[in-house]
Design a protein around this ligand. Structure first.
Ligand SMILES: *Cc1c(COP(=O)(O)O)cnc(C)c1O
Length: 347
């Protein structure tokens, strides 16, 4: 008789509420489509693409453009069907039965799922009450578990808070685990741990095109890692894992990434405006964010979510998640969308 693989019974199907919100601030996407000049170039390049051919098997063309942007070589780059695929592959390649993977909590909920899919032991380490990280506590947990991987999300989703790069270097320098820094929100923050790649052999950096670069529809992300690590993870990725349309699109967007500067500046000023305005509302606490979303804690999260949804504003309710009691994550949208949030909250 056939049965699901052991371990799968503990996994719930990943479900997010699929509602067509008029104002969609629930998934940390870019709030508008690509800058028009970028979209025009993407379409021009797609028009020239031979749809009958398999993609470039090792995605070498995109890897090379990305590697050049970081002063690395193509052998240091992996391309995934979203950075999700690469993070999962990394757990498959360096995790496995009997291995432990350490990550702070609360953080990206998918980490626990990748760890379980890889048959590994999840070792979540609680963040401090203000969502800062206690590096020594994390290192102790990693040492005790002889962890094969430490996953860090910087800036952190869903809290929006950061781990100072010096603290990440301290962790990398004081562990034998592979430290993976998920920099999905890097472009909103500006600081990175990429420089550690030149100094340490136990570090890798994951990035995505889904957030600041507005390509959530295309599903593409990448990993920067020492050559041997990239090669090992490459063994668990299927050939042609990323389709040719996506590869061509990401290549255009990466080459034109300067075109996103104005939106990043607007995100930053809108985020500060929203932080100040929401902090002034009694009963609300806003955590300092270096991303395109705000984590807001409310005395009455259910009422806050209801006020927003009544006005067609979709946000992500984390109020029943561990370590996030009363918290709702609200994306920073366009100025008009943000005004609608303020109206809903203060009405
Ligand atoms: C959105 C997100 C990702 C990745 O998204 P992909 O669309 O799979 O590239 C990875 N990590 C975090 C923390 C995210 O929020």
């Amino acid at each position: 008789m056939f049965m699901p693989r052991s371990g799968l019974e503990t996994l719930k199907p990943y479900s997010v509420e699929e509602v067509d919100w008029p104002i969609k601030l629930d998934a940390n996407e870019r709030s508008t489509d690509l800058p028009p000049a970028v979209k025009a170039k993407v379409i021009e390049n797609l028009r020239a693409l031979p749809f009958n051919r398999y993609p470039d098997i090792s995605a070498l063309s995109l890897k090379t453009v990305i590697a050049d942007g970081f002063g690395l070589t193509a052998a240091n780059v992996l391309i995934g069907n979203g950075s999700s695929e690469i993070l999962e592959a990394l757990c498959f390649a360096f995790g496995g039965a009997g291995r432990s993977i350490v990550y702070p909590t609360p953080s990206f909920s998918m980490y626990g799922i990748y760890v379980k899919l890889a048959d590994s032991q999840p070792v979540p380490v609680e963040l401090n009450a203000d969502y800062t990280l206690d590096a020594d506590k994390l290192l102790t947990a990693a040492n005790q578990a002889a962890a094969s991987i430490i996953l860090l999300c910087n800036p952190n989703n869903p809290t929006g808070t950061i781990i100072p790069p010096e603290q990440i270097e301290y962790i990398v320098a004081n562990t034998k685990s592979l430290v993976v820094v998920d920099e999905a929100y890097h472009e909103f923050y500006g600081k990175s741990s990429v420089d550690l790649l030149g100094k340490y052999t136990n570090v890798a950096i994951a990035r995505t095109f889904s957030k600041a670069y507005g390509l959530a529809a295309a599903r593409v992300g990448y990993l920067l890692a020492p050559e041997e690590i990239a090669q090992t993870i490459g063994k668990v990725l299927l050939p042609y894992n990323v389709n040719a349309l996506t590869l061509a699109t990401a290549k255009t967007v990466f080459a034109m990434r300067q075109e996103f500067a104005a939106s990043l500046a607007e995100n930053s000023s809108e985020r500060e405006r929203m932080t100040a305005a929401l902090s002034a509302v009694s009963g609300l606490t806003v955590y300092p964010s270096q991303t395109n979303f705000l984590l807001v804690k409310s005395d009455n999260a259910a009422a806050l979510a209801a006020r927003l949804s009544a006005r067609g504003i979709g946000v992500r309710d984390f109020s029943t998640a561990p370590g996030l009691a009363g918290c709702i994550r609200i994306g920073v949208g366009t100025p008009a969308e943000n005004n609608a949030v303020l109206e809903a909250v203060t009405a």
